[in-house]
Design a protein around this ligand. Structure first.
Ligand code: NAD
Length: 479
């Protein structure tokens, strides 16, 4: 392999291989071929990361917040200058199209900018009157765990807020998509973030999370991934009472009322849903349609899904690339077989495409029985189920009929419908007449089995701070 690459760990300001020299293969999902390796951390590597994070806590947290912010903004400019090469690496390892990868990096840059520019303001004391105040302080060393679906923006959301708040971070990025962590950490290093403040590790996920969360040095756990793994990590974190921010799975409904413009609604859903081959926690997965427009909507949606150009991620004509790994293909096969066995109809797709690579056809299922697995577990792939509803109460009940509570979307211009839907939907986010996901300036958080805590905006920043209440009888000096 002429262009094989090995991604390394970053610990205490130095790039290195894992202590015992082991690494693991990186597979291109568009070809199923190995294209590189990623280093595997040992317990000794993790101890080095813990020691360097602990040793840098005092100096980093007492660096003026404006200076920390300026370093992050500088890192944003450096990253911006590398978007083309970084996006190509991300597309190769993850399978998303080059355009999607570039868009994701643009959001990562925006995230560093937003947190960098707000570092000073959000670290300033908050007055509670003449003599009482709240003093925000860095919460301590952070252990961050990020997944493979949006590695650039999710690494950025965890790193930017924690670093801006004054916390050293040890990040375990997804082993299948290491390049985003490497490009981002390189940008931070080049910008001047001191040694020890950021560590990047890869390896055996349960070993790494067990080791890091087993240390009382770590004060905050931030994780994005599946609900079962999030629960497992929260259980480990309970031992050391580490604060948790858990961004877990979703099973998001879109409710289409009969006053919606069907063509625009179908375009909006199809564009958002099939980005990253549907492997997004916010992606819609269940469409509920007012019965009078159900047949017309379904016909348009099926046509849109069937016409999506599935192809190589680096082909500019491609609208949807392969799925990220073989596990997702197996999950699609299992979910569709289960639904069909129970009586669901495959309107389009439902099959793996007959070519090398993890390509799955955009799939629309109708007539899906409520006990089907695809309506109960996060599909995390290019599958949409479609069902009719008769009343707004029924729409709300069906929309809320999963254990998740991440995002919901609906289409209607009626003020009465809007009021009732916004208050009736049990989700962290509701979008009206369009589909919108993560933004740097706003909190994103799930409820129920989608997790707790917030990432993004002021609330996401505060996740990495302790708020010290200072009571006095007259004005006191701080800082
Ligand atoms: P998974 O649940 O095993 O892994 C999800 C992520 O968690 C991966 O990045 C993995 O490295 C990490 N992880 C797993 N076990 C861990 C542990 N003990 N400690 C620390 N990190 C750990 O499975 P998967 O096959 O990678 O993904 C399957 C499901 O995960 C998907 O169906 C989807 O529901 C969910 N997922 C959600 C998101 C999200 O954005 N919320 C992202 C990726 C995956």
């Amino acid at each position: 392999m002429a262009d094989s690459i090995t991604y390394r760990l970053f610990i205490n300001g130095t790039w290195r291989l894992g202590g015992n020299g082991t690494d693991r293969a990186l597979i291109n999902p568009a070809t199923e071929q190995e294209f590189g390796r990623v280093a595997v951390a040992t317990a000794a590597d993790l101890d080095d990361a813990l020691i360097s994070a602990r040793n840098s806590l005092l100096s980093w947290s007492s660096t003026p917040a404006g200076e920390r912010g300026a370093l992050l903004v500088r890192a944003a400019r450096i990253l911006e200058g590398k978007i083309d090469v970084a996006a190509a690496a991300l597309s190769q390892e993850q399978g998303k199209t080059l355009a999607e990868a570039r868009g994701e990096y643009a959001r990562a840059v925006e995230t560093f900018d937003w947190n960098g520019k707000h570092a000073e303001e959000l670290s300033a004391p908050l007055s509670l009157g003449a003599a009482r105040m709240i003093v925000p302080e860095a919460a301590g060393v952070v252990a961050a765990f990020t997944p493979w679906n949006y590695p650039a923006v999710l690494n950025a959301r965890k790193l930017a807020a924690a670093l801006a708040a004054g916390c050293p971070v040890i990040m375990k990025a997804a082993e299948e998509t290491p390049s985003a962590g490497v490009y981002i950490v390189e940008a931070l290093q080049e910008a001047g973030v001191p040694a020890g403040v950021v560590s990047l590790v890869f390896g055996d996920p349960p070993m790494i999370s067990g080791h890091l969360l087993g240390s009382p040095v770590v004060r905050v756990l931030t994780f994005t991934g599946s609900t079962p793994v999030g629960k497992h990590l929260a259980t480990i974190a309970a031992e050391n009472l580490q604060r948790c921010v858990l961004e877990l799975g979703g099973h998001s409904p879109v409710i289409v009322f009969d006053d919606a413009d069907l063509s625009k609604t179908v375009s909006a859903i199809s564009e958002y849903k099939f980005e990253c081959a549907g492997q997004s926690c916010n992606a819609p997965s269940r469409i509920l349609v007012a019965r009078p427009v159900y047949e017309a909507f379904l016909a348009k949606l099926v046509e849109a899904a069937a016409n999506i150009r599935v192809g190589k991620p680096d082909d500019p004509a491609t609208e949807m690339g392969p799925m990220a790994n073989a596990r997702r293909i197996e999950a699609m096969e299992r979910l569709i077989k289960d639904a069909v066995d129970r009586g669901a109809k495959v309107e389009t797709g439902g099959i793996r495409l007959d070519r090398p690579g993890y390509y799955w056809a955009p799939t629309i299922l109708s007539n899906v029985p409520p006990d089907s697995q695809v309506l109960r577990e996060e599909p995390f792939g290019p599958i949409l189920t479609v069902a009719p509803f008769d009343t707004i109460d029924e729409a709300i009940e069906k929309a809320n009929a999963t254990e998740y509570g991440l995002a919901a979307y609906f289409f209607s211009d009626s003020p009465d419908v809007q009021r009732r839907m916004i208050s009736g939907l049990s989700t962290g986010t509701v979008s009206v007449n369009y589909l919108k996901g993560v933004a740097a300036d706003a909190p994103l958080g799930g409820i129920n089995q989608s997790g707790y805590g917030y990432e993004g905006g002021v609330e996401g920043f505060r996740a990495f701070q302790n708020l010290k209440l200072v009571n006095a009888t007259s004005a006191v000096a701080i800082g």
